[in-house]
Design a protein around this ligand. Structure first.
Ligand SMILES: [Zn+2]
Length: 140
């Protein structure tokens, strides 16, 4: 897929308005300029996020304003929700609200999946994301 600037803007506004109310995010002109959409191969995503093992990863954010998205994704609403999920991570990063420890990671994912699923629901897509994560992710 290739996300237009218009789509990124819509998803960013949606993400912002659904994040926790005490999250402080820079003004829209700033954050939209800093955000870069980077289509990459699935193999590259596995290399980056799954130690080169096969895994169902379709997007990722590592903290430099770049959204890495699987270039094989179609333009469906579900694919767009994956971009939304990564935008939530981008805004979490900008807000500086969370640290890098496991609890923070867990809270970040919970929030990103909740917003992604809310958006899917509102778009009439009754498929939910992150069920595997919710079942298995734990911090010791
Ligand atoms: Zn995530």
């Amino acid at each position: 897929m290739n996300a237009s600037q218009a789509l990124l803007t819509v998803l960013m506004r949606y993400a912002e308005s659904h994040m926790e109310k005490d999250t402080v995010i820079p003004k829209s002109e700033v954050r939209e300029k800093q955000l870069t959409f980077v289509p990459v191969t699935h193999a590259k995503l596995e290399e980056m996020f799954c130690k080169s093992k096969r895994c169902p990863v379709y997007g990722g954010y590592v903290g430099d304003g770049k959204l890495y998205i699987d270039s094989q994704l179609d333009d469906s609403t579900y694919s767009q929700s994956i971009v939304l999920h990564e935008i939530v991570h981008y805004l979490q990063d900008l807000s500086g609200k969370y640290g890098k420890d496991c609890q923070s990671w867990y809270q970040n994912e919970k929030e990103a999946y909740a917003i992604q699923n809310q958006w899917l629901y509102e778009q009439g897509v009754f498929k939910q994301a992150g069920m595997g994560f919710m079942r298995t992710a734990r911090c010791e």
